[in-house]
Each structure stands twice: as C-alpha cells, then as structure tokens.
Design a protein around this ligand. Structure first.
Ligand code: AN0
Ligand code: CP
Length: 317
C-alpha cells in the first residue's frame, strides 16, 4: 500500500482486518516499526477521534507526529495551476507539499468538501494535489467523498460483533440541523460491499447518495421496512447529493428510536461520531447496551495502526 485515500486502496479487506485484530490484541508489539519516522497530520477542519486515534496509532508504532491546523495556522494555500496569486492565497500547494514531504515520512490530510461546488469537491482537489506534489505517502483523514479510515474501523467493529457470516447491515439517513458531507456513508457503503454484508440503505427520496457508490446496493425509502431483522443499524446524516449540499429535510420521524430498534434482530447501533443526540438518535438508544459507538471509536486507533503498518512495510511502494 502506497497511499490510503479511498476504500479502493484496500487490496484485501480480510487480510487488513486480521492485521487490525492482531494489533488490537497487542498494540505495542512493534514499537520500532515507525522509529525515526514522522507522521504529519494536516487539518483543514475540526476533529476529535481522527486527530487523536491516528496520533495514538503512530505513537504505538514508535513514530513521531506533527499536527497542524492548516486552515487557521498555515498560509492560505493556492491550488490552481498557473494562478496569478494577487488574492488571499500566499503559498502554492506545489511548494507546500514538497516542503512538508521533507519533514514528514507520511502526510495525512483532513479536508471536507465545500458542499457548494460539486465538481471541485469531486475532483478532491486538496488530497489530489498532495498526491500529485508530495514525495511521500498520503493518507486521507476524510476528504470530500471518502473517509476510508472510518470505514476500516467500521468494518472491524462489524467483524467483531457479528453473529452470522452475512449480517444484515442497514445504513440509515437521520436528521441533522447542518449540511453534512457524503464521505462517511460513501466509504461505509464501499467497505460493506467488500465485506460481503447484506447491506440495505434507507433515506428519504430526495437524499440519494452518488450512485457511483451505491450501485448494486438495496435502497428503500421505507425506514421501518429496512430495519426489519437488521443486525446492525448504522445511522448518519448527509446533505442532498442531487440538490448538492442542501438540507431538504429535518424530519424527526427518521430519528432512530427504541420503537424502531424493536423492529430489528436486536441490532447493534453504530455511528461514526460526533452525534447529535435526539436528532440522529434518541438518548435511550445511544445509552442502551445495544449501542457500540464507543468501541467503534476505539477501533479507529487499530484501523489507523494497521494502515500505517501496511504503508511502512511497503516502504511507500
Ligand atoms: C463530519 C461528517 O459528517 O462528515 C465528520 C464525521 C466524521 N461530521 C460533522 O461535521 C458533524
Ligand atoms: N469519526 C470521526 O472522524 O470523528 P472526528 O471528526 O472527531 O475525527
């Protein structure tokens, strides 16, 4: 593995999850793996889990970490080729990426979409520019269209909690007051396809995800029908994809409640966090024994450690 910016970069999910499980059982077994190596984490957006778990993973491997909030602490970057830089941007990504590559052995980047310019967002121009100009491996800490480290942690969590070979996994849209990206559901759908789960996606009619991600998946606009006999409920809000970035509904009849969980096969409740209580899911469900959001977040460390291990082992090839 050279870079990890998409679920598509996973060559063998079973092999990756076995490694993550091995690491979870003995997180400090390879304290020299990352010796004298530095992981740079560049954030254009807020984070709690990704920021801490990815650093924790690096530290477990003996790596050093450098963290920078580029949006507030760095020079404003220019991404346009040939731009006459007479505006607000002070530094071109061409120099910035090459310079950071001299300080870091792996560069990890979080860059959310604008949710206003679909074309630009889908070009994934921030992470793509680092891939183009950096001379070291690049990891996505959530880009415009994917959050692959979250997806690995999600797949690991489902692998740990499933009681049947092919569990029924339901990805349900739920209401939220702000426009949110599509990265988490997109990567979740991709990884569940790889895992061979019985995946059902449910959302209001106007909330179809990009069909490039959902092609072949079962999709229903009837949430209760979707929940029937589910083994896992994965809740997430996303803004409209067709009416790009718009909030078309805050319908709380889509909130995950105990009544809806009662339709399932005693399903586990999952969410990537941060979660808005009593919007996405009620307190009763989130605080119930069926909620596995905390162990799910714990798995972020082992997912990241497995990915760092793969990249270091392959010497960035
Ligand atoms: C982000 C999102 O929905 O993509 C990050 C989740 C990991 N969530 C928020 O901005 C609330
Ligand atoms: N799930 C997740 O990526 O959380 P943060 O945004 O806090 O990193």
């Amino acid at each position: 593995m050279k870079n990890f910016t998409s679920v598509d970069d996973i060559q063998d999910l079973d092999d990756l999850l076995s490694l993550a499980k091995k690491i979870k059982a003995a997180p400090f077994a390879q304290p020299e793996k990352g010796k004298h190596k530095t992981l740079g984490l560049l954030f254009f957006n807020p984070s709690l889990r990704t920021r801490l778990s990815t650093q924790k993973a690096a530290l477990n491997l003996g790596m050093h970490t450098i963290v920078m909030n580029l949006n507030t602490e760095g020079w404003v970057l220019e991404f346009e080729d040939g731009a006459v830089m007479d505006g607000s941007s002070a530094e071109h990504i061409k120099e910035a990426a090459q310079v950071v590559s001299q300080y870091c052995d792996i560069i990890a980047i979080r860059s959310f979409p604008s949710l206003t310019d679909k074309k630009k967002d889908e070009e994934e121009y921030v992470i793509s520019s680092f891939l183009k100009y950096a001379s070291v491996p690049v990891i996505s800490l959530e880009g415009s269209s994917e959050h692959p480290l979250q997806a690995v942690a999600d797949a690991l969590t489902i692998a740990e909690y499933k009681t049947t070979k092919k569990p029924k996994v339901v990805l349900t849209w739920a209401p939220h007051p702000k426009a949110l990206p599509h990265a988490v559901p997109n990567s979740f759908v991709k990884v569940m396809k790889l895992a061979g789960a019985d995946l059902v996606i449910t959302h209001p009619e106007s909330y179809a995800l990009n069909p490039e991600f959902t092609a072949g998946a079962t999709i229903t606009h009837n949430q209760e029908e979707a929940f029937a006999n589910a083994d896992f409920i994965y809740a997430k809000n996303w803004s409209s994809y067709d009416e790009y970035g718009k909030i078309l509904s805050k319908d709380q009849s889509w909130t995950v409640t105990p009544e809806k969980m009662a339709l399932t096969n005693n399903a586990k409740f999952m969410h990537c966090l941060p979660v808005r209580r009593n919007m996405i899911v009620t307190d009763e469900v989130l605080d119930s024994d069926n909620s596995i959001v905390i162990p799910q977040a714990n798995n972020r460390t082992f997912a990241a450690q497995a990915i760092l291990t793969k990249i270091i082992d392959n010497h960035g090839k």
